[in-house]
Design a protein around this ligand. Structure first.
Ligand SMILES: C[S@@+](CC[C@H](N)C(=O)[O-])C[C@H]1O[C@@H](n2cnc3c(N)ncnc32)[C@H](O)[C@@H]1O
Length: 215
């Protein structure tokens, strides 16, 4: 599968039916999801790996990881309504075998995984919502891919925060992220923002050394 084909396939998946503003429910656009997944795939972090998608929403990232050969993906999502959409999207692309849907808060998810992929809330509704996602990701995995606003204050925070947690940023790619008008505060039919896709890796001293077997 080519990156462009992946982007188109993911962009056709069903979005949130009733997006909840307090949970910052935006479907990850196909181009952004494909960029993150392609980077992860090309660095050997997807194929045959045990992966977690934290705040899986509509399942776009989780499903994309399966299409690129992940061994298993845990799709963790707090909103039950969203998990029904994941279920439907999984069926459409016939990746039922690869994905386990976990309807819970990420705070309760404690399984070690080889790679975390996530598009967390940016924290525009609940300040620092992205922080608890990063803390959880750093706790359960040595390799993390995550999407954050491309703003200088966010970059400064992420750089300092990841360093304090014993992680280094190995990659950062900026991409355009389109948000269709869906909440009362959206003024335009289509908002275009710039986001950064990060890859974090645990420093040698902080590696957890988990052993992974097929479960
Ligand atoms: C920006 S959306 C990303 C959705 C998903 N990546 C997609 O493309 O559809 C953030 C997601 O995190 C979920 N979420 C927010 N807080 C959560 C929590 N504490 N535990 C699990 N999921 C959470 C939201 O319900 C939402 O689906």
């Amino acid at each position: 599968m080519k990156k462009r084909h992946l982007a188109i396939t993911l962009s056709k998946l069903r979005g949130f039916q009733n997006p909840k503003v307090e949970l910052e429910q935006y479907k990850t656009p196909g181009n952004v999801a494909a960029e993150l997944l392609w980077l992860a795939y090309s660095l050997g972090d997807i194929k045959d790996k045990i992966v977690a998608d934290l705040g899986a929403g509509t399942g776009v990232l989780a499903i994309g990881a399966c299409l690129l050969g992940a061994r298993k993906v845990c799709a963790v999502e707090i909103d039950r309504e969203a998990t029904e959409i994941i279920r439907e999207n999984i069926k459409t692309l016939q990746v039922e075998e690869c994905i386990e849907i976990i309807n819970s808060s990420i705070l309760e998810f404690d399984r070690p995984v080889e790679t975390v992929i996530m598009n967390p809330p940016f924290g525009s509704q609940n300040p620092h919502a992205d922080r608890s996602f990063l803390i959880k990701a750093f706790k359960i995995s040595d390799v993390i891919y995550s999407i954050h606003l491309a703003k200088s204050e966010v970059r400064q925070f992420i750089e300092a925060f990841s360093r304090d947690q014993g992680f280094k940023i190995t990659h950062r790619i900026s991409v355009e992220f389109e948000i269709p008008s869906q909440f009362f505060f959206h003024k335009k039919r289509l908002e275009r923002i710039l986001v950064d896709i990060y890859r974090f890796e645990a420093s040698k001293q902080k590696r957890k050394g988990y052993m992974f077997e097929f479960r």
